[in-house]
Design a protein around this ligand. Structure first.
Ligand code: NAD
Ligand code: ZN
Length: 379
């Protein structure tokens, strides 16, 4: 490409300060260095994690910064040493990477890469500790190695998954974070047997994806648990068959679920981030075989308390990061699930805005409206 090796000037949505609307600016994007790629972003979407770090309440403020990590794009150019991908390849950026060389990447059981594991405080590239974005020579920081709210971005090659070029990027872009997390939590970690009963705590994007995973796995009852009943109608589309609002009951939700299921659910997946829901999700599984999976990110001071007898009675508690998917190895197969029409992605996409109106996506999320809003970079 004519732009390879040169600085690209393009539009990016810059967060100058915590909690202030993003502003579309012309930025300079430096060429990719060793083991890096420069990607033309075509579609991106907004996820809660962007909002948490943009608000920076209780998180380290790193500004000015370009947020965004759920996206789809095309490789524009590659740096030295990059052999896995080439210009023109379609890719999904991922907030956590896969170097393929560390003990985690070499283990079939882990996706927690030593080199490229998510680091929300770092605003620079790991290669040389510098940013690839600038405005008038002043650096603008990266976010989780992706910074997809820019027409072009630079990433470590270990943080991009090369996917089927036939896959529509305006749809599969949502598979690069929350949806794969929920889906993998059920399919890879909870592993519900066919015909089983699964409880999903929290029916946001991640929980709905966990429900979709239970549907795909062939669960026969999928019980959605949420404090917000406005979530229930939508959740039917994702396979939820029954609902429990803990506020409607004067007994613990564990007991409500045990009464509904003859002693407990076979699997539960917690997608709330609330510590009480985490404890409930564990204690509501059936003794003898029940498995609970924690996905939500808890408050930093939270402590998990339960009686050890709950474990002795053969209940299992697990947790997962990015649904246990290895980004480069496994994400292309998640895209194929969509291509084979086994996974329905369209129903997660409720809104779409042009890049110039990116702040509308933040407003929708603040109001809790919809599930995913696609931000179109080109129109
Ligand atoms: P969301 O805010 O859209 O949805 C959370 C839902 O949980 C809401 O509908 C809310 O009403 C419900 N809820 C809150 N407290 C509850 C309680 N005590 N009982 C029942 N329902 C309750 O969030 P999301 O985007 O779907 O993300 C869910 C969680 O997953 C977050 O904590 C997020 O940080 C986490 N997450 C984890 C990973 C990972 O790799 N482990 C990746 C992405 C997101
Ligand atoms: Zn690794």
């Amino acid at each position: 490409m004519a732009t390879a090796g040169k600085v690209i000037k393009c539009k990016a949505a810059v967060a100058w300060e915590a909690g202030k609307p993003l502003s579309i600016e012309e930025v300079e994007v430096a060429p990719p260095q060793a083991m890096e790629v420069r990607v033309k972003i075509l579609y991106t979407s907004l996820c809660h994690t962007d909002v948490y770090f943009w608000e920076a309440k209780g998180q380290t403020p790193v500004f000015p910064r370009i947020f965004g990590h759920e996206a789809g794009g095309i490789i524009e150019s590659v740096g030295e040493g990059v052999t896995d991908v080439a210009p023109g390849d379609h890719v999904l950026p991922v907030f956590t990477g896969e170097c393929k060389e560390c003990p985690h990447c070499k283990s079939a059981e882990s996706n927690m890469c030593d080199l490229l594991r998510i680091n929300t405080d770092r605003g620079v590239m790991i290669g040389d500790g510098k940013s690839r974005f600038s405005i008038n020579g002043k650096p603008i920081y990266h976010f989780v190695g992706t910074s997809t709210f820019s027409e072009y971005t630079v990433m470590h090659v270990g943080c991009v998954a090369k996917i089927n070029p036939e896959a529509p990027l305006d749809k599969v872009c949502v598979l690069s974070c929350g949806i794969s997390t929920g889906l993998g939590a059920t399919i890879n970690v909870a592993k519900p047997p066919k015909g089983s009963t699964v409880a999903i705590f929290g029916l946001g994007a991640v929980g709905l994806a966990a429900a979709e995973g239970a549907r795909i796995a062939g669960a026969s009852r999928i019980i959605g648990v949420d404090l917000n009943p406005s979530r229930f109608e939508e959740a039917r589309k994702f396979g939820c068959t029954e609902f429990v609002n803990p506020k409607d009951h004067n007994k613990p939700v564990q007991q409500v679920l045990a009464d509904m299921t003859n002693g407990g659910v076979d699997r539960s997946v917690e997608c709330t981030g609330n510590i009480n829901a985490m404890i409930q999700a564990f204690e509501c599984v059936h003794d003898g075989w029940g498995v609970a999976v924690l996905v939500g990110v808890p408050h930093k001071d939270a402590e998990f308390k339960t009686h050890p007898m709950n474990f002795l009675n053969e209940r299992t508690l697990k947790g997962t990061f990015f649904g246990n998917y290895k980004p480069r190895t496994d994400l292309p197969n998640v895209v194929e699930l969509y291509m084979k029409k086994e996974l329905e992605v369209e129903k997660f996409i409720t809104h779409s805005v042009p890049f110039a109106e990116i702040n509308k996506a933040f407003d929708l999320m603040a109001k809790g409206e919809g599930i995913r809003c696609i931000i179109r970079m080109e129109n």
